[in-house]
Design a binder for this molecule. Structure first.
Ligand code: SAM
Length: 478
């Protein structure tokens, strides 16, 4: 880019005069002088424009949710019956839907959504344990809601449902008991401009000086080089201070989200030495063993460059139209949704914690340290006994019956647990008994062509399938 004149560089960056004067605090007359070559542009402006000029939106990633699929039109909301007929006749990829009944439940099996059909927008790429792919909520949102309808996930995790709802111009509504969740979701609903993020990162980097003091978290040196840890602690203190003083804005929140995502991982794109994937933090003890086994010590990482790189990747197919100022987020239990009004939700797409398979507290200890709260104090649901899980799910559906409009839907993804010896869809059927919900059916999204309906019963214990099980319910009068 060095050979470009300022005018060419500005043109390649796509940044207007107005944006330069506002976001980089440059007087219009000074900008004119720069453009005429009479004055030198400040280094931070050149840096930012160079980065922006290098920033090529990846159009193919815009596919998910931005285009209707061939067999249905976006914004033509289906009734429950129409949706079931649609599942029965689904053959977009040349495979007929297998339909069978078991214990009073009707099952629909097909390759309803796969990464082969679409590619999700990169803004989803924030890792979180047990998250689903964006294709899943997209399938339901496109068919069961209209533009402007409220789409809710009471166990939102990284916010796949909400972000996809925003992309599809629906109103995102979300909740999770883990405070980290809101920190991961909100910046992708209320997204700052790329240039504002660069400007803040530049300011943070120029204010940073290596601390003279020893770290108060020596255990973390198992994961980080001392200089990297010093930068992480600097950023952590900054976010905690901005939160305490009420100065935190959407630019800070964006950078904090990216930091949380980059804390640990298994490549040089993360702040840490090689460790588990970013959605699971291993213990200090276990990390010592990993370091010994791999004969590794943490090397110094360019924290600010890593944040910038991940930001570019997340925003590479971002469109300002996805920005949603009209969203509702809460932190609490899904069976006590005090902030949500009665009859305010058109569709729920969610996946609850499945019995005891994921320990969210253990996975998130390092992320919650960075975010400045104690995850030990959060009552994340872990139910070991099936009857306890059923009881918990029932209390959630009591809340859903209050908040979901009559004629609205719930798509409840239950996953596969305990080698299919427990069929959670049957547990959901039990949990909703007597509540104003009609169970329309169970969808199994199966990405293997060789399956027969027999495979989905308790008798078949085959492992390694890549499936989702979704219980679909309609809110009825009552
Ligand atoms: C399977 S994950 C959801 C992942 C989400 N679908 C996504 O794509 O990221 C389940 C979530 O439930 C949350 N959770 C656990 N107990 C909860 C409760 N009582 N109320 C609300 N959320 C809870 C966990 O923190 C976790 O984020």
């Amino acid at each position: 880019m060095e050979h470009l004149s300022f005018v060419d560089l500005q043109a390649s960056s796509g940044i207007t005069d107005e944006a330069i004067t506002q976001e980089f605090s440059i007087q219009p007359s000074f900008l004119d002088e720069i453009k005429r070559g009479e004055k030198e542009a400040p280094a931070h402006l050149i840096n930012s424009l160079t980065i922006l000029a290098d920033f090529q939106p990846d159009k193919k990633c815009l596919d998910t949710g931005s285009q209707p699929t061939s067999d249905t039109q976006l914004d033509q909301k289906m009734s429950g019956q129409d949706f079931l007929h649609f599942l029965e006749s689904f053959d977009r990829i040349g495979r007929k839907t297998e339909i069978f009944e078991r214990n009073g439940l009707k099952y629909y099996v097909n390759d309803f959504w796969t990464a082969r059909q679409r590619q999700s927008n990169r803004i989803h790429e924030i890792s979180y344990r047990a998250c689903f792919k964006a294709e899943l909520p997209s399938f339901f949102i496109e068919r069961l809601t209209d533009t402007g309808d409220s789409v809710f996930d009471p166990f939102m995790g990284r916010g796949t449902t909400l972000v996809q709802a925003a992309i599809l111009n629906r109103r995102p509504v979300g909740n999770d008991i883990n405070p980290l969740s809101k920190m991961l979701v909100e910046p992708r609903l209320d997204t700052p401009s790329f240039s504002k993020i660069i400007e803040r990162l530049n300011a943070l980097e120029s204010d940073y000086t290596l601390s003279d003091e020893q770290t108060s978290n020596p255990d973390l040196l198992t994961f980080y080089h001392p200089e990297t840890l010093d930068k992480i602690e600097y950023l952590r203190d900054y976010f905690i201070d901005r939160t305490a003083t009420g100065l935190i804005d959407n630019v800070d929140s964006w950078i904090r989200m990216v930091c949380i995502n980059r804390l640990t991982g298994h490549s040089s794109g993360f702040f840490s030495v090689y460790t588990l994937p970013p959605n699971q933090a291993t213990s200090v003890k276990r990390q010592k063993k990993i370091n010994e086994k791999r004969q590794q010590t943490p090397d110094s990482r360019d924290v600010f460059a890593i944040i910038l790189k991940k930001t570019k990747s997340l925003l590479s197919a971002y469109d300002q139209n996805f920005h949603s100022s009209d969203y509702i987020l809460s932190t609490g239990s899904a069976n006590d949704l005090a902030t949500l009004k009665d009859d305010s939700v058109d569709l729920i797409v969610t996946s609850p914690p499945f019995l005891d398979i994921v320990d969210y507290a253990q996975d998130n200890w390092l992320r919650s340290w960075f975010a400045g709260f104690d995850i030990g104090g959060v009552e994340i649901a872990i139910h070991k006994k099936v009857e306890d899980w059923v009881g918990f799910v029932r209390t959630c559906f009591v809340e859903f019956s209050r908040t979901v409009k009559t004629g609205g839907f719930v798509a409840f993804e239950v996953g596969e647990v305990r080698n299919k010896s427990v069929l959670l869809e049957e547990c959901v059927a039990e949990a909703v008994q007597g509540l104003p919900f009609k169970l329309l059916g169970v969808m199994i999204n199966d990405q293997k062509f060789s399956k027969t309906s027999n495979s989905w019963g308790v008798s078949n214990n085959s492992k390694g399938t890549n499936t989702n099980r979704i219980v679909l319910l309609e809110r009825i009068d009552g």
